[in-house]
Design a protein around this ligand. Structure first.
Ligand code: PLP
Length: 360
């Protein structure tokens, strides 16, 4: 296997120390254990949780509507995505991946020597997944379809009907589905079911990183048919065996406070959306499809400004980070995360405006 560089991660790792203003984070800004009033109590640090922390599994099952034996706790959804690819993919397999795409997801699919075909999510179509196109592209040779809900980078969401249509296509051609749902929690009203509960061929991934502002805990989960989860667990015996008991104990307490997070996300969205709209309305050099849910906005640059140059200028001159379009496969775009604190976000917008003016 050729473990090339995951450029997106590498870029953030190289630059994170330079950041004062953050538009790179794609979830809500972080919470602290103190803020949540988390009590760890007494933990038996020698007791391996072979099937995960009971309460955590219980809560995931309840909140996400999945069977308890269809859950595997992982080190973030990144790890869960890797397991899915390792379970299903072999060199030469054909995989359909959406474009624009969160490139680390593409990188892991390619790691297994696959042939990738892209399904376009177009600006003109509000970044919706085109079901007819997906249907015509999927054949018995297609091994896996890879989707994100919400879509990263655009934030477009898929409703229950669309997910069912994807499931039908997958089942007709006996194709597996990797559904990365790390942003699905942001769909606060009429949330569609978790994809893995719609089809036994689908596996869904989720984590604490975005909606719960707790990415540094590195806790995520893989959801799917119990037989697939059993295979994933066996594969994980080569890697981590289980997640960390401390991380899982934290995670259980975080999920138990889900209502608090729902209120927090509603509040932050209600405050930050108008700020973005007002700022964007004044810019003649950018356009966007404003998403209904989530805290990411994908911006298309209308003028001749290089998004990588823009990102580098922002970092070096203004200590501000965003995600250049290169990391989604489109150089003339960039993604901003709008889940920050008000002052930080306003400062970031000011810097972004100045940098765009300078380069434009
Ligand atoms: C679509 C998508 N999947 C996975 C991840 C990584 O999430 P985690 O921290 O759970 O590994 C991200 C983070 O940006 C993401 O955007």
């Amino acid at each position: 296997m050729d473990f090339g560089t995951v450029q997106y991660i590498d870029w953030f790792r190289e630059n994170w120390r330079k950041i004062a203003y953050d538009m790179g984070t794609s979830g809500v800004h972080g919470v602290t254990n103190k803020q949540l009033g988390i009590e760890m109590g007494e933990l038996n640090l020698g007791k391996t949780l072979f099937f995960g922390h009971d309460e955590l599994i219980e809560l995931i099952s309840e909140i996400y509507g999945v069977e308890k034996n269809g859950i595997l706790i992982t080190s973030g959804s990144t790890y869960a995505n890797y397991l899915i690819c390792a379970l299903h993919l072999s060199p030469g397999d054909e995989v359909i991946v959406e474009h624009p795409v969160y490139t680390p997801l593409l990188d892991v699919v390619k790691l297994f020597g696959t042939k990738v075909r892209f399904i376009e999510r177009r600006f003109e179509n509000d970044y919706r997944l085109d079901i007819d196109e997906l249907s015509s592209m999927t054949t018995k040779d297609t091994r896996m379809i890879v989707i994100t809900n919400l879509h990263n980078p655009s934030g477009a969401f898929m409703d229950a009907g669309t997910l069912k249509a994807v499931a039908d296509i997958a089942e007709d051609s006996h194709t597996h589905v990797l559904s990365d749902e790390v942003y699905r929690d942001f769909i606060l009203d009429d949330a569609p079911p978790v994809m893995s509960s719609i089809s036994p061929l689908a596996l869904s991934t989720c984590s604490l990183s975005k909606f719960y502002g707790s990415g540094a805990l590195r806790i995520g989960w893989l959801m799917g048919d119990s037989k697939l989860i059993k295979r994933a667990r066996r594969m994980n015996d080569y890697l981590a065996v289980t997640a960390s008991c401390a991380g899982e104990t934290y995670a259980a307490q975080i999920l138990a406070k889900r209502d608090w997070f729902v209120d927090r996300v509603r509040e932050i969205s209600a405050r930050n959306y108008p700020l973005v709209k007002q700022w964007l309305d004044k810019r003649g050099d950018l356009e966007a499809v404003m998403p209904r849910y989530g805290l990411i906005v994908y911006l298309r640059i209308i003028k001749n400004i290089d998004s990588m140059k823009l990102a580098e200028t922002l970092l070096t001159k203004y200590h501000t980070i965003l995600s250049p379009g290169r990391f989604f496969g489109e150089e003339d775009h960039f993604r901003i995360g709008i889940g920050g604190e008000k002052d930080n976000l306003m400062g970031a917008f000011e810097n972004l405006g100045t940098a765009l003016d300078e380069l434009g």
